[in-house]
Ligand binder design. Structure first.
Ligand SMILES: O=C(CO)[C@@H](O)[C@H](O)[C@H](O)[C@H](O)COP(=O)(O)O
Ligand SMILES: [Zn+2]
Length: 193
């Protein structure tokens, strides 16, 4: 077992890293986050919807953000259409079993998305094949594709209308910024709706 002193050092280091990445994200990405907010507001005003997807912790983020849209964030306002493509175990197992894990989100995009919808693909590496394939399908269908990524942005640089690349190589720190950005977007929606 680690000593309490070592644990305390580790705790301080995680907070320091988190604060550093948050400051860099603020400097580098505030303008792009504003663009994403505007794109989502336009999408909702046009009667379109938001689809979100990712793996592991990013699957949880997709569900978390979708629930803020359909339920509420802070303000009581109408429900907004958002679906996490990570929750339907029948679809996920059928598509995964019949077509492969790489296509679990792509097939759902093909069936559920229409032109003008927003797809938010969440991947800390920017390279998860199932996320990339879904974004590429969305591009072919006339959707607006948003990436929440990290590291060097990976393949999401090539297949996203806007890719928010968190300036970190640490998965946990990147995920912490993704959910912060999700909340910033929800605050933006509450401000104008
Ligand atoms: O939450 C974590 C790590 O913090 C993990 O579950 C993580 O999301 C998974 O390893 C994912 O498969 C990573 O994929 P990605 O972010 O590179 O697309
Ligand atoms: Zn995690």
């Amino acid at each position: 077992m680690k000593s309490t002193k070592l644990m305390n050092q580790n705790i301080q280091q995680v907070f320091d890293e988190h604060i550093g990445v948050a400051q860099q994200t603020q400097v580098l990405l505030s303008g792009k986050i504003n663009e994403v907010c505007q794109a989502i507001l336009d999408c909702l005003a046009n009667g379109n919807k938001v689809l979100l997807f990712g793996n592991g912790g990013s699957a949880a983020d997709a569900q978390h953000i979708a629930a803020e849209f359909t339920g509420r964030f802070v303000k009581n306002r109408r429900s907004y259409p958002a679906i996490a493509l990570t929750t339907d175990t029948s679809a996920l197992t059928a598509i995964g079993n019949d077509y492969g894990f790489d296509r679990i989100f792509e097939r759902q995009v093909e069936g559920l998305a229409v032109t003008g919808d927003i797809l938010i693909g969440i991947s800390t590496s920017g390279n998860s094949a199932n996320v990339i394939k879904a974004l590429e399908r969305g591009n072919n269908m006339g959707c607006i594709t948003i990436g929440f990524s990290g590291n060097d942005g990976g393949q999401m640089n090539e297949c996203c209308t806007i890719n928010l690349v968190i300036p970190s190589t640490v998965t946990a720190r990147i995920q912490e910024m993704h959910i912060t950005i999700g909340h910033i977007i929800c605050e933006g929606i509450d401000l104008v709706c």
